[in-house]
Design a protein around this ligand. Structure first.
Ligand SMILES: NC(=O)c1ccc[n+]([C@@H]2O[C@H](COP(=O)([O-])OP(=O)(O)OC[C@H]3O[C@@H](n4cnc5c(N)ncnc54)[C@H](O)[C@@H]3O)[C@@H](O)[C@H]2O)c1
Length: 267
């Protein structure tokens, strides 16, 4: 039997590079995946591509910053599937600016999408996840997407780094609360280094804009050169780590932080 056969998993930010790869690997492991994103067009297209490969996946429109949007999506999951085994909070946004350049509106947006969303999502999903966890031997799992910039400082990432540092701590607090209350829901954070997606493109552009690199190719090369493993990451690298944290192999892990960074923070 596939390791996650019959389990229902909700993934946010599922239209993006990392989120879609997570959906693919979870569905290949037997899970029924609800791919949720604000970007309906891209999200539907991604879901269609996985359905064409016969994977069990459906799309839901979700604005992770809106309490009502979360309530509607969770209500739909409860109605259609009657359970929720895991929640992967992957939606994210980045502003590549120093503190002085960052406006208050940008700061608030980054905090809302990257950090507040996890607070809202956990609150919305908890009742259904608790009921599901109580009826299964393995319990439930929440995986929160942070970043290495939630562990170490990165220049021109004032708001982003602060939000991802918040994700790291919120994860640990949730993990302890849920464990002590006997909810049987594990909570862990994932900390990728640079991953080759649309978001990475924003970072390369930021290096060119601030004069650190002359062009995108040079920015990419300098990033690769700084990674001990000799490459930047792929969405599949991160998805494999999330799959592990959702699956039973990580059953003794809660409140943990896993770096997926080619050795970048080991230096
Ligand atoms: N790419 C990297 O280098 C990198 C490194 C470390 C961490 N991360 C994190 O991994 C996650 C995925 O990143 P990615 O590279 O795939 O980025 P991406 O920009 O390709 O995808 C992000 C997705 O989040 C969605 N999203 C944004 N705001 C939303 C909202 N309000 N409601 C619902 N969905 C929303 C977007 O529509 C998009 O589909 C993010 O949390 C990001 O911070 C990325």
């Amino acid at each position: 039997m596939a390791p996650n056969e019959g389990r229902v998993v909700l993934v946010t930010g599922a239209a993006g590079g990392v989120g879609l790869a997570i959906c693919r690997q979870l569905a290949q492991s037997g899970a029924i995946v609800i791919a949720a994103d604000l970007n309906q067009e891209l999200g539907q297209a991604g879901v269609q591509s996985l359905r064409a490969a016969d994977l069990p996946i459906e799309f839901a429109v979700l604005d992770v910053c809106e309490e009502a949007s979360w309530a509607a999506v969770i209500e739909g999951v409860a109605r259609r599937h009657g359970r929720l085994d895991a929640l992967v909070n992957c939606a994210g946004t980045v502003v590549v600016k120093s503190l002085e350049e960052t406006t208050l509106a940008e700061w608030r947006k980054v905090m809302a999408v990257n950090l507040e969303s996890i607070f809202l999502g956990a609150k919305a999903a908890l009742p259904l996840m608790r009921t599901t966890a109580a009826g299964t031997p393995q319990g439930g799992s929440i995986v929160n997407m942070s970043s290495i910039s939630g562990i170490v400082g990165v220049p021109s990432m004032a708001a982003y780094g602060a939000s991802k540092g918040g994700v790291r701590q919120l994860t640990k607090s949730m993990a302890l609360d849920f464990a002590r209350r006997g909810y049987r829901i594990r909570v862990n954070s994932v900390h990728p280094g640079l991953i080759d997606t649309e978001m990475a493109q924003r970072l390369f552009e930021g290096r060119v804009r601030t004069g650190v690199s002359r062009n995108i190719d040079e920015a990419r090369k300098s990033w690769i050169d700084s990674y001990p493993i000799g490459r930047i990451g792929s969405p599949e690298d991160v998805a494999a780590t999330v799959l592990f944290l959702v699956s039973d192999g990580s059953g003794f892990m809660t409140g943990s932080e896993l770096t997926v960074d080619g050795g970048a923070t080991a230096q």
